[in-house]
Design a protein around this ligand. Structure first.
Ligand code: C2E
Ligand code: MG
Ligand code: MG
Ligand code: MG
Length: 291
């Protein structure tokens, strides 16, 4: 019943993950119990076209609904899940859960893609592309509607296998996106070898871009690189209208961030999507006019 009490009777696991408060820590057993109990749920954050301000995709962000501690963010459990080998399981749970929950609006909004974050540690396993294709087909969803965001949060042990899996996913029809572009160990290496259709500029660029001529030069180069490689560009961490205008004027395609839409639960996403559709364009424009 009580996750902490149950876990404390078990031998201490090797990996202990500490939260903000020093006395809060989880064991691998806590995470696997939470997975079994379905405590990880998908949140969704829309990606919007800078020009039209219409949603063209949603990103799935994992949340742990802890019975005692409330909602826990992924940065506090993904690294432990990766080192404990539980991350593949989380992704499969999320795939099923999301494809089940999005079927309420999925066919009505064909322009909206669904993005999942994938750990390189998961992708380097050769069985993954077929497993995910199987799940997607089971839910009658076309892999063309799904994007896999590849992050470099954990460096793959087996780089060659990561390339092979990514290529196979692409052949199955999945879209591939390079997440947190500009911060990873080998972004350009990955970019040259994996058939990405999208890059996501890390939110640290949003803060850096202001009053920094060198980052503007880099951002211009990224736009031109993306155009030449036929990549859609997404800027993460758009927190103000002036961020949106700034990156749109530099030539970036899409934005994601608290100013455009917060990450939200599945039911809220449905309401948000229908509100977006019913808002007359003039109203939408008025809402986003820079002050
Ligand atoms: P990410 O994929 O780069 O996701 C974007 C993160 O930025 C999310 O944090 C989102 O809530 C946050 N964000 C969105 N808009 C803004 C903004 O305007 N300002 C700021 N400061 N932040 C914004 P979140 O949900 O805490 O996720 C953190 C990271 O955890 C993700 O980064 C992703 O790398 C990882 N993650 C999340 N879900 C999963 C998952 O299911 N599997 C794997 N492997 N990793 C996941
Ligand atoms: Mg992501
Ligand atoms: Mg990202
Ligand atoms: Mg990020």
């Amino acid at each position: 019943k009580n996750l902490i009490a149950t876990a404390s009777n078990k031998p201490k696991a090797k990996y202990v993950f500490r939260k903000r408060l020093p006395f809060q820590c989880w064991t691998i057993a806590d995470l696997s119990t939470a997975l079994q109990r379905g405590q990880f749920v998908p949140y969704f954050q829309p990606k919007l076209d800078f020009l039209t301000r219409k949603p063209i995709g949603v990103e799935v962000l994992a949340r742990w609904m802890h019975p005692d501690q409330g909602m826990i963010s992924p940065s506090q459990f993904i690294p432990l899940m990766e080192s404990a080998g539980l991350i593949d399981w989380l992704t499969v749970e999320l795939l099923h859960n999301v494809l089940d929950c999005t079927k309420k609006w999925y066919s009505a909004r064909p322009e909206i893609s669904i993005s999942f974050n994938a750990s390189p540690l998961t992708l380097e396993k050769s069985a993954i592309p077929n497993q995910w294709l199987g799940i997607v087909k089971e839910h009658n969803v076309s892999p063309e509607r799904i994007k896999i965001e590849i992050t470099e949060t954990a460096l793959p042990k087996d780089y060659k296998s990561l390339l092979e899996s990514a290529t196979r996913l692409h052949m199955h029809g999945f879209g591939l996106s390079l997440d947190d572009f500009g911060t990873g160990y080998s972004s350009l290496q990955l970019l040259s070898q994996i058939p990405f259709s999208e890059i996501k500029i890390d939110q640290s660029f949003v803060a850096a871009a202001r009053n920094n001529k060198r980052s503007v030069v880099i951002l211009n180069a990224i736009v031109s690189l993306a155009r030449n490689l036929d990549l859609q560009t997404v800027v993460e961490g758009i927190e103000t209208e002036s961020d949106a205008v700034f990156f749109q004027q530099l030539g970036f395609d899409l934005g994601q961030g608290y100013h455009l839409a917060q990450p939200m639960a599945g039911d809220d996403l449905m309401r948000w999507l229908s509100a977006q559709q019913s808002v007359p364009l003039s109203g939408a424009e008025a809402r986003f006019t820079p002050s």
